[in-house]
Design a protein around this ligand. Structure first.
Ligand SMILES: CC(C)(COP(=O)(O)OP(=O)(O)OC[C@H]1O[C@@H](n2cnc3c(N)ncnc32)[C@H](O)[C@@H]1OP(=O)(O)O)[C@@H](O)C(=O)NCCC(=O)NCCS
Length: 173
């Protein structure tokens, strides 16, 4: 259930909530802090900054066909450090394409897993039964995340080095 507070084992706390239209500047600043490698893994391309159109699209969501969950530092709510989103597939509306990014200094600590589970629960609540993802084949953390929130994960190669995965949400069971 969002909003809520999530605390890492080291005590750092984050507010986890739905994205809002007034998050544009926070999202742009969070994007600017990402390493080139995290941007490349998230967007499968280089993307030095988000355009005004990107920011509108990424923050003005309806929470039914397009859901986005963010984590902001509890001690500094202007610091947006992670985003997980999913967008319903027009050709298969019970499935949604999902993507996630966690700020580099916070990766590997559990925040991505928590955000992924939260997004899956929110998606299941609006009738989404499965997630698909397009990712680099070497992206082990994302594949681990996807395995943890889905069952029957399957997929194939969508292009050189790029995999397309799909699975039913455990949260939708
Ligand atoms: C993918 C990403 C969101 C994961 O977030 P995170 O906070 O680092 O993830 P967590 O610490 O919750 O770990 C998630 C899983 O990945 C595994 N993992 C973490 N780092 C890993 C690594 N370097 N190699 C292999 N597995 C790893 C964890 O063990 C965990 O698996 P488990 O649930 O089976 O234990 C984050 O690494 C990221 O932002 N990467 C760049 C952007 C990206 O790749 N986005 C996905 C595109 S769709």
């Amino acid at each position: 259930m969002v909003p809520h507070t999530y605390t890492l084992p080291d005590g750092r706390a984050f507010v986890v909530r739905h994205i809002r239209p007034d998050d544009k500047a926070r999202l742009a600043a969070g994007h600017a802090r990402l390493s080139e490698e995290s941007v490349r893994r998230r967007f499968l391309a280089s993307k030095p900054s988000l355009t005004r159109g990107d920011l509108r699209y990424l923050t003005e969501v309806d929470s039914v066909d397009h859901l986005a969950i963010v984590a902001v530092q509890a001690s500094d709510p202007e610091a947006l450090v992670a985003v997980a989103r999913c967008i319903r597939l027009p050709e298969r509306p019970d499935f949604a394409e999902w993507a996630i990014v966690v700020g580099d200094p916070l990766q590997g600590l559990g925040l991505g897993g928590h955000l992924a589970r939260t997004l899956a629960e929110e998606a299941a609540r609006v009738g989404i039964r499965g997630f698909t993802a397009t990712l680099y084949g070497e992206n082990q953390p994302t594949q681990a995340l996807m395995r943890s929130i889905t069952r029957d994960l399957h997929g194939g190669w969508a292009g050189p080095g790029v995999r397309e995965l799909a699975g039913e949400l455990r949260a939708a069971a």
